[in-house]
Ligand binder design. Sequence first.
Ligand code: PEP
Ligand code: MG
Length: 886
Amino acid sequence: TKYVYDFAEGSKDMKDLLGGKGANLAEMTNLGLPVPPGFTITTEACQAFLKSGHEPEELADEVSEHLAALERVMGKTLGQSDDPLLVSVRSGAKFSMPGMMETVLNIGLNDQSVRGLAKQAANERFAFDSYRRLIQMFGKTVLGIDGEHFDDALEDAKRARGSESDLDLDADDLRKLVETFKEVVVERAGRAFPQDPREQMDLAVRAVFESWNTERAVIYRRQERIPAELGTAVNVCSMVFGNLDMESGTGVAFTRDPASGAQGIYGDYLQNAQGEDVVAGIRNTVPLADLEELDKSSYDELLQIMQTLEQHYQDLCDIEFTIERGKLWMLQTRVGKRTAAAAFRIAVQLVDQGLIDMDEAVARVTGAQLAQLMFPRFDADARKSAIGKGMNASPGAAVGKVVFDSYTAVKWSRSGEDVILVRRETNPDDLNGMIAARGILTSRGGKTSHAAVVARGMGKTCVCGAESLDVDTKRRVIRTRKGDEIKEGDVISIDGTSGEVFLGEVPVVDSPVVRYFEDGTVDEGDDLVVAVDRVMRHADGARRMSVRANADTADDAARARRFGAQGIGLCRTEHMFLGDRRTLVERLILADTDDEREKQLGELLPLQREDFVGILEAMDGLPVTIRLLDPPLHEFLPDITELSVRVAVAEARGEPRENDLRMLQAVHKLHEQNPMLGLRGVRLGVVIPGLFEMQSRAILEAAAQRIQAGGVPRVEIMVPLVANVQEFETVKQAIIQVAREVRTETGVHLEFLVGTMIELPRAAMTADQIAEAAEFFSFGTNDLTQTTWGFSRDDVEAAFFSAYLEKGIFGVSPFESLDVEGVGELVRIATEKGRSRRPGLKLGVCGEHGGDPDSVHFFDRVGLDYVSCSPFRVPVARLEAGRGDR
Ligand code: PEP
Ligand code: MG
């Protein structure tokens, strides 16, 4: 095996072997761009190390060879005492990953070579600054010393000099700082800072290997489903110096604005600085455009290179560069991250520039990004200046009163207040508060912190790691950097999409993208809406599956249709049993004679019929799947405890109430330990005479009425929770009988389908038998997930999902994104078995997963005809279904 590649030996397509950074350094090298020479140690070397606990035998020799070659090119040896070659060691996995070791710069400096460097550069200050940086980075990342110890020493040095800026430290100060840092190393790591340059390098390489398995990295990988065996590559690159003098510096650049997508010069530059200085914010950077005045020739060259990279990668690139005494060097590039809005704008811009086609443009945006654009957002005009900014952990816009603990969050929200739970960081004890709150704000922790992970899992707005805010839960105040105090009960607004935190209530407005979906008109002046429209139209043309909506009212149906739904995949009839109709339902349940039951059913019939007429009208010409009653009956009855108390109080007063007593008996009779596994769905239809007949009659009479009015109703009657074909047959025969009657009574010829939900493992496994009788299947993946995992869908969130999410057992709840390996396998089996018996069997899904971007691709792959989801997710599903299987 070859473990080491010179930069010139690789290419951008070798990310598996060279990692993202290494592959792109190789690509730039071969494009002839100014990349400092170096080499990459492969991910395979890392894998071998992780497996055996030591470097593969050949590695040391291979590294020596490549190092010698590098030394020849550079005309000096690593750490050479009179003129040292220095290198950086940087990790670079296939996917960028927080929690791993990043970078050690200036390897090769020691007590001797620092003097050589000083002489060569004619700059003693620079040499000692580089040396103290090496000890600091090496101490932190290789020897595992808490960075605070170095930071404190640096602060002390600055204070002694009476300055805020590290630039004011002179050579003497830095020489002393080097000594202090070396003492910190001895004290904290129990060993001296290694003076041997090769040892420095080897230890740094090993530290990169080992950082693959830090706890944070492991959890992040589990959550993001990044295979644990990939390993990381290590890049060894000759140093160029941005901290030589004011003619030197370092910066980051984007070929387009990653926030808006606009073309232009974006980035930051910092003179006389190295590495992390730019992002660490220790001094104020200047906008990249200012570089033109500071160093025109480097600036022009950089612009030229940015153009080359964009043309070459055909996408937005981000870049790290360094200027050493007026000479420009490229340190890194990659296809850059961007906001959702920028993703849409850039995709169509690239089409217009002839760089990509529309298929590629559709592939470059995601349903998740579209969903982000559809969240209501804070009114940009009304936006006050932010009091703090953290990480955009979970999108959305939330406004509420500040509370500092879970108990208060629950208590205040019960009394109708909107609250924002503010914590330094959250832990599982905060769960109830997180559920009760509109949003969550923490001052510590990154995108994989408890708060971020759990909030994303719950779809709740969250800003985390807002470090400029000091959260004091004891005194119950937030202190801002300016010194203002925000007390419990004060209103704040948090923007989970930008990470900003505002004092007071910022008005929330609908997104322009939602407005576009609502009325279908494109505001030509809004380039985001124009981009979304173009992408959506192309996706609609490209997709195989249709997209329907889950809608229970005529209004929802109408909106869904505006959003592009091609029918209703699930109309849940249970809401039609609530509200004013509840008393009718109660009487139906209490009825103890057939006559009485029929009378109550007769009263419900016209009400149901009216509902269906409205829905069929809104969806005229499109298929409408109406599901017969599913939830257990006790859900329509009064709460058992309340009722018991009422009965007891009445009895104590000596005025017992006959009705309450009867009701209580009924409630007791219907009470179940596991209602989700109880008398619901098709079982109700079998047990309660006339119930499903009444519903079917209402549906078919509504259809007849629509036909008489000149409409085109396309009715599909769906039976829930079927486990075996006989259950289904029983109900189907009853429906057919009703249809005959309705036909005779109305004289209207009715066409309709009768099908079933597949939401129990047994139904999936016997789908061939069921398909003999059922004319369509709709996968109820909510119940199918519940029954396959044995997780109660109503309880797990609060019970233990947060622990599962945090430990990375789930990347995301299986109720949100389909568990392809388990539940998905049942879907696949049922599809195959169903179609084997009834070719062309119509198949859809109506569980929540129908609108989940990842799940949509799975359903496409298995061959379902449609997905059905809530109206708001219809555009997301349309887009994902049009992106093909990626
Ligand atoms: C399902 O179980 O996936 C489904 C759509 O039905 P419900 O959510 O109403 O149980
Ligand atoms: Mg269900």
